[in-house]
Design a protein. Structure first.
Length: 156
């Protein structure tokens, strides 16, 4: 059985990305016409790494930045989220090996300031990191949000 790739190996594996593709088929119903950039995982990680302490970023901001960077209409919603998830796990993997400077994935939120429960350690870990940086986390139903997240959004 082949050895499983580490999270950092997955992050470094660009699989021929980035690439810009024409929006078509079912995707055009939701996203319109134009082009879509499928960024490399390391590009998503690099953006997440630049968010300073006390600031936040959303997946949509990352997608918009990537689209602008690659002169595309949109950044791929599916792969950007997947690559942010890989970056988060790669950061935790590095932290578990003693690295101090890791990608601050807890600063990357879903749209509307929602915490991503799929990040390492789940909601409790994210709340701990965010509270340590001065943010308040509120629960709405079963979901958690950074209170007034829009006031803390980083500029790219």
């Amino acid at each position: 059985m082949p050895k499983r790739k580490s999270w950092r190996e997955k992050l470094a594996d660009d699989k021929g990305l980035p690439k810009v593709v024409k929006i078509g088929g079912p995707m055009s119903r939701k996203w319109g016409e134009g082009t879509c950039v499928i960024a490399a995982p390391a590009e998503v990680d690099a953006i997440m790494s630049r968010v300073p302490k006390g600031k936040l970023i959303t997946i949509n901001q990352i997608r918009n930045h990537l689209a602008k960077q690659h002169e595309a209409t949109i950044g791929c919603p599916m792969t950007t989220g997947i690559f942010a998830w890989i970056a988060a796990h790669a950061a935790e993997e590095a932290a578990s090996e003693g690295r101090k400077r890791i990608t601050p994935y807890w600063r990357t939120l879903k749209s509307g300031g929602e915490l991503n429960a799929k990040y390492p350690g789940g909601i409790e870990n994210l709340k701990k990191h965010l509270k340590a940086e001065g943010h308040s986390v509120v629960q709405r139903g079963k979901r958690f949000f950074v209170e007034d997240a829009e006031k803390a959004l980083a500029r790219l």
